[in-house]
Design a protein around this ligand. Structure first.
Ligand SMILES: *Cc1c(COP(=O)(O)O)cnc(C)c1O
Length: 367
């Protein structure tokens, strides 16, 4: 059996360190924020080559606070991609703002920068690119458009810890960036957690205020805000895991290389990585016209699989009020019907990688 993401492979060797975190937090009683979270914020800002990191209780909260701190409010339009997890557009909707979808590029699967300008209206306030599957959107082009139209840029970096373009890490381009540390992400807590990363002191201060009841000092509340604080134990668990990220990311990239080598020789379409981009392979998706057969054969051989994502956000019932239909964003829709995600995680063995490749080839190219 091969799980889609076997977290035990990376967690088992760290078990005693996790137990030490529990002891430390029980000894200090710093259950919410506190020294473990402070340490993580310093280290993760460094990992992102950025000045500020503010820990939150989820990636969704981080995106919500990042948008809020960029001044997004009711009635504003925010341009984003329909090929993402619903949290991206939900964060926009929480502020009463309107997600305006722009179709994705057929090769990178990320928001197509050439289609952004025609979606800009006088109410557009921000662009929110998503670095889908761990490959960054074309940030240099997106920043150029944002500058020309005086728009804020909030990066959804929930899948792209450590990804880069010409050495500039995810979150190094936009005004602010939201990360998720959901257990299944490339860097995951042992529960829910997230963070805002930014180079702007003003945005950092605003996010710190708004994650903690709008409270600049004890008993004082200058805003009606949120309880979006990171837990002390999660900060501690993340401190244990962060030093392993370089090694884990290299492992994901090595597995992706083996998949790509083993599958493209059979004509199977794998992720394409533009020059200068470093893909961190949160997800390794192939495109297939036989997804049902693949799903069935993977299940028969007890191999995990997934689809990220089968229904683009503009076709979700949650957004039927926006009035989109089948055909509104044809590239995203075509990808949604052919994406098939293979298992990829640190600790996968050569035999497992080979079995996954063989199962795809047996299904797609039967002799
Ligand atoms: C996981 C994810 C989120 C939400 O993060 P949570 O920590 O689960 O709230 C947002 N956007 C994308 C693209 C994600 O994959």
């Amino acid at each position: 059996m091969i799980e889609f993401f076997d977290l035990r492979r990376s967690h088992d060797p760290l078990r005693s360190s996790f137990h030490n975190v529990l002891d430390r937090v029980i000894d200090s009683s710093e259950y919410v924020l506190g020294s473990t979270v402070n340490e993580f914020e310093t280290e993760f800002a460094d990992f992102c080559q950025s000045k500020f990191c503010i820990g939150t209780n989820s990636g969704t909260s981080a995106l919500h606070l990042a948008l809020e701190a960029c001044g997004i409010s009711a009635g504003d339009e925010v341009i984003t991609t329909p090929m993402t997890f619903i949290a991206t557009s939900a964060a926009i909707s929480y502020l009463g703002a309107i997600p305006v979808f722009v179709d994705v590029d057929p090769l990178t699967w990320n928001i197509d920068p050439d289609k952004i300008e025609s979606a800009i209206t006088p109410r557009t306030k921000a662009i929110m690119p998503v670095h889908l599957h761990g490959l960054m959107a074309d940030m240099p082009k997106i920043m150029q458009i944002a500058k020309a139209h005086n728009l804020k840029v909030v990066e959804d970096s929930a899948q792209s810890h450590g990804a880069s373009i010409d050495g500039i890490v995810s979150s190094g381009f936009g005004d602010a960036s939201g990360y998720s540390f959901y257990p299944g992400k490339n860097l995951g807590a042992l529960g829910e957690a997230g963070a805002v990363v930014t180079n702007s002191e003003e945005i950092s201060d605003r996010v710190r205020l708004m994650r903690n009841w709008g409270s600049p000092a004890r008993y004082v509340h200058t805003e009606v805000a949120f309880n979006y604080r990171m837990e002390g134990i999660q900060g501690g668990f993340l401190n244990v895991k962060l030093p392993h990220m370089k090694k884990w990311t290299a492992e994901r990239m090595a597995i992706a290389r083996k998949y790509t080598d083993g599958l493209t020789e059979h004509g199977i379409q794998c992720p394409s990585v533009p020059k200068g981009f470093e893909h961190v392979f949160h997800v390794f998706a192939i495109l297939s016209q036989n997804r049902e057969m693949l799903t069935k054969n993977f299940a028969l051989r007890k191999i995990g699989s997934g689809v990220h994502y089968p229904i683009p956000v503009h076709l979700q019932a949650a957004y039927k009020n926006l009035g989109h239909n089948v055909g509104s964003f044809p590239v995203a829709e075509r990808l949604a019907s052919s994406f098939f995600s293979l298992p990829i995680f640190p600790g996968m063995t050569e035999e497992e990688i080979d079995l996954v490749i063989q199962t795809v080839v047996d299904t797609e190219k039967p002799e």
